[in-house]
Design a binder for this molecule. Sequence first.
Ligand code: ATP
Length: 622
Amino acid sequence: MQANMIRKIAERDPVTLQTEASVFQLYGRLLGYVFQHRGGLVMGFISIVGVSLLQVLIPQITRYVIDTLIPAQRFDLLIWVGLSIVAIALLLGTFNFLKSYSLALVGQRTIYQLRNDLYQHLQKLSLGYFENQRTGALMARLTQDVDSLQTLITADAAELIAEIVTFSAVVTYLFYADWSLTLMILATLPIMVGLTQLFGTRMRGAYRQAREQGAEVSNHLQETLTNMKVIKACANEGYEIDRFSDYNQQNLEANVRVVKLWSAFSPVIDFMNYLGYVIVLVYGAWEVMRGRLTIGEMTAFLAYLGQVNQPAKKFSKLMHALQKAAAACERLFETLDTEPDIQEKPDALELPPVQGNLKFESVDFAYSPGQPVLQQFSLEIQPGTTVALVGPSGAGKSTIASLATRFYDPQKGRILMDGYDLRDLTFNSLRRQMGIVSQETLLIYGTVRDNIAYGKPGVTDETIEVAARAAHAHEFITALPQGYDTLIGERGVKLSGGQRQRLAIARALVKDPAFLILDEATSSLDTESEALIQAALDRLMHGEPNSGGDRTCLVIAHRLSTVQKADCIVVLEHGQIVEMGTHVALLARQGRYADLCQGQFFVADPSASDLGIVNKGVRATA
Ligand code: ATP
């Protein structure tokens, strides 16, 4: 609710967001995290009070020396004064250590908790969320945003509390000692607060711009560094350097604006400090001359002046951090409050061992309103059969695969696995029984073994090797420097496209899913590897899953040569089934499929299928 309100305010006018009550709501939520570590907070607070009181004591000792010891020539007591200051310094050091350590611990633990919560929440969010987000921005949330909160909690907030405690102690004493002089000291305070406000408002705008420009720089970095291959292939290095330079320039200008304001602010505050000093010096000296104030008292007043003005100065510094942290909080909590589009029901069922009957019942689906991808789409895949989806790019083939794994929910109609509506099932029980070898073969950073085992964590080395052999990957793996223990880089950059795909097939083999989705699994292969992969895929598709029969397979392919053995080929166009049948039957029909085959110069292999088994494995049509 709170977050929705914040989001609404942000939509209405992002610039005013932080000036409205939302800032307090954001900090309220942040404090909720901080207050989970009460032990550290109490220790920190006690230390802060200790430090403040000890600091107040030192000018008093100075006053005592000037007013009492010096006139009385008490040489004997000087040593004790010296010793007591050393003792105070030691105590100050101890309190300062306890303050820094306990508050830093609170900060670190808060950040640990926040980062964990955020990551857990990100894992729960639907795929659609990540498709609409820039990775750089998300990374910034987990790193920079979280870090700026850490600085706020551990350093800036602690400093402010310390200053407020000191301020209260000093002002109380000063009023007791000389209320008229105290009023004079405090005279400059409202001006300082006013100036801080004025600068704060301007700095807020400058900060926001600097933050946005900083995010542009990191987004650009993230996007270009992960796409180096495309940049180099298009010889676009110069273009990217220029683009980066532009972003960097804007970032520089935004930061220079912040620096300019900040640099102007400090001297103004310093000037006010000197004004306060002049008041105390002139008025104090006047009072000393009139015999209403001792020299020691005046010296102490001058020392306290700094302590009174410090909070105003620190507050301005804190405003700086608060603005930065408010923006960070806003983004963090906004992410934490994002509800996953696709949610598991609280009473979701565990899908029993899958037989493989997948049914789309009059499904309507659109990624964005008004742009339908599937309309009244119906299809039934029988257990143990292989169904191939073919059709022009954008026809909706991958969308069907994404719906089958419940990455998205249809807007209308139902999708059933063995008679269970996917929306009634737990994610784990569904996805654990489905295997996907997709167009983009993503490899995790780790060894070859880790990558194969990722399909089923905890699997034995023997199973990994059996899978690798079946996927025709064992040969190239053993040729790698450390064999199965070779580290493969981010996205498997050290492996060829064909090798990556064979690892992905081995991963799927290890998982041994009852239902398999191959999304253009042989796309990045040369003819030789394709033959190897085809053999591996055949083994994968016709494996013996827990159901005891053939695996149920949904194959998406552009290259029609890879689907000719399918029990049924479904030809899609604009999200509609236009033809369905075996390879041979469809060729004989001389329709869209035959056109597609001709378009690819594909030579029919009549032995691949049999005219008599048209539509085996598929029932419903569009
Ligand atoms: P290809 O063979 O090129 O992979 P396809 O037949 O698999 O194409 P889909 O990827 O399912 O087609 O896309 C169907 C339509 O949905 C296209 O118009 C595409 O632009 C759109 N689309 C696909 N993914 C998304 C997405 N994540 N967000 C918005 N629109 C999408």
